[in-house]
Design a protein around this ligand. Structure first.
Ligand SMILES: C[S@@+](CC[C@H](N)C(=O)[O-])C[C@H]1O[C@@H](n2cnc3c(N)ncnc32)[C@H](O)[C@@H]1O
Ligand SMILES: [Zn+2]
Length: 406
């Protein structure tokens, strides 16, 4: 539901999202040319497409709250209109305090108004601070948060260090990255600079993007003797998102660093393999076709979904009625199976294209792989993707066989 409102110094409307109402910029009023990206043109950022991102955050944080079974605190240091943090306070059971902040004065004013509109003044505090300043003020033991949600423009990397330091032991850091051009290898140098790992423009580059961000979180946390494990991640629309739980202790940090390594890829035959030593990369020839391998990393080779956490999120999803519940059901079902599947996936179109064959259906390929004794799963990263330990040459043979039968 959208209602026009006044009282802001720019055109605005009231929207309903989840259980809250929020005054947000009227996006149509800020588009002057068809190429304009309306959310960034408005004086306060608001992107309705990110509703799914916020819905999933509500589910993930509720799932986390149920596991700790006590009142929790949440921080959103780049809040814009406040809609995300306000939803956390209004929709997550067991949230005692939400602190939101933004560097943009008009965003802060709007966020305060939205907090008031939802009757949440008691539990949601709005600050006008730079995110790193704000987080650093919460680095002391008694001031830390259970959850920090970093949802910036572009890369979350500038905020990771202060965010990790402002988390309680066993707390959760959620981070969005929209800078997919670096992370997916279009601007490889920018990725190396920001994330400390080399990306690769493969058909599974969105998974590599998640692994580069997760690897960066692990590296940042390790400097503070903090280990991480990834509870959940997803790649949706124009962004990726990682939910990582931290754990204090040098041994925990050592264990999480062991999940860093490299991904080696053959652009000729689609072979891929992992190398689990972040300090010793040996780029060899492809064992399947003898071409030179290319590589990505260091990046996170550990799990990027926890199947138990996915189940908990699914339970929460069944209790809610979001506009996006159907989409989320599918995403969580895929992620739960992906949690146990091998690193990276084949994209059938790419193999079929290379072999000049028609593209078979994913379900036929999955069934054939299982009949051959392999694990085989679809992936939320790509509707034409298949996760399996079968080799690239086995996949090629299978696609030839399937197309001959069809
Ligand atoms: C992508 S928007 C946030 C969207 C919001 N999380 C949501 O779900 O609707 C990023 C916000 O970060 C704010 N911002 C940019 N740099 C900042 C900084 N250094 N400290 C705090 N806020 C900052 C911008 O003003 C903008 O409102
Ligand atoms: Zn090869």
């Amino acid at each position: 539901m959208v209602k026009e409102v006044s009282e802001t110094d720019f055109p605005s409307v009231t929207v309903q999202e989840g259980k809250v109402k929020a005054v947000v910029p009227k996006l149509e009023a800020f588009v002057t040319q068809p190429s304009d990206y309306a959310p960034s043109k408005a004086p306060v950022f608001y992107n309705p497409v990110m509703e799914l991102n916020r819905d999933i955050a509500v589910l993930a944080f509720q799932a986390y709250q149920r596991t700790v079974n006590r009142n929790i605190s949440i921080c959103e240091p780049l809040t814009s209109s406040g809609i995300r943090g306000i939803r956390f306070a209004a929709e997550i059971h067991g949230v005692k305090k939400v602190m939101i902040s933004d560097i943009n004065e008009r965003a802060v004013k709007l966020a305060k108004r939205n907090v008031h509109l939802n009757g949440l003044n008691e539990r949601v505090t709005v600050q006008h601070k730079d995110a790193n300043c704000f987080l650093s003020c919460h680095g002391a033991p008694r001031k830390r948060f259970d959850i920090i949600d970093v949802d910036p423009f572009g890369s979350p990397v500038p905020y990771l260090d202060s965010a990790v330091r402002a988390l309680r032991n066993k707390g959760v850091l959620a981070a969005t990255a929209t800078d997919l051009a670096p992370l997916c290898g279009v601007h490889a140098k920018a990725c190396v600079r920001k994330y400390g790992g080399k990306p690769l423009r493969t058909e599974y580059c969105h998974e590599l993007a998640v692994r580069l961000l997760a690897g960066c979180v692990a590296t940042v946390a390790a400097k503070h003797d903090i280990g991480v494990r990834v509870l959940f991640s997803h790649s949706t629309d124009h962004y990726i998102r990682v939910y990582a739980q931290i754990a204090y202790g040098a041994k925990k940090a050592d264990a999480s660093i062991k999940n860093l390594g490299y991904l080696l890829h053959c652009f000729n035959c689609f072979h891929r393999e992992t190398a689990r030593n972040p300090f010793d990369l040996r780029v060899t020839k492809c064992p399947e076709c003898d071409s030179q391998l290319d590589w990505a990393g260091p990046l996170w080779l550990g799990k990027i979904f926890d199947s138990q956490f996915c189940k908990l999120m699914s339970q929460e999803n069944r209790r809610t009625a979001f506009r996006n519940s159907g989409k989320i059901t599918k995403l969580l079902a895929l992620a739960k199976d992906e949690a146990e599947a091998p690193v990276t996936y084949y994209v059938l179109d790419r193999i079929s294209g290379k072999l000049a064959l028609p593209v078979p259906s994913v379900s036929v390929v999955l069934q054939n792989l299982r009949n051959m004794g392999f694990h085989a799963f679809p992936t939320h990263f790509n509707s034409r993707g298949v996760r399996t330990e079968a080799s690239a040459l086995t996949m090629q043979e299978l696609l030839r066989k399937v197309s001959a039968v069809a």
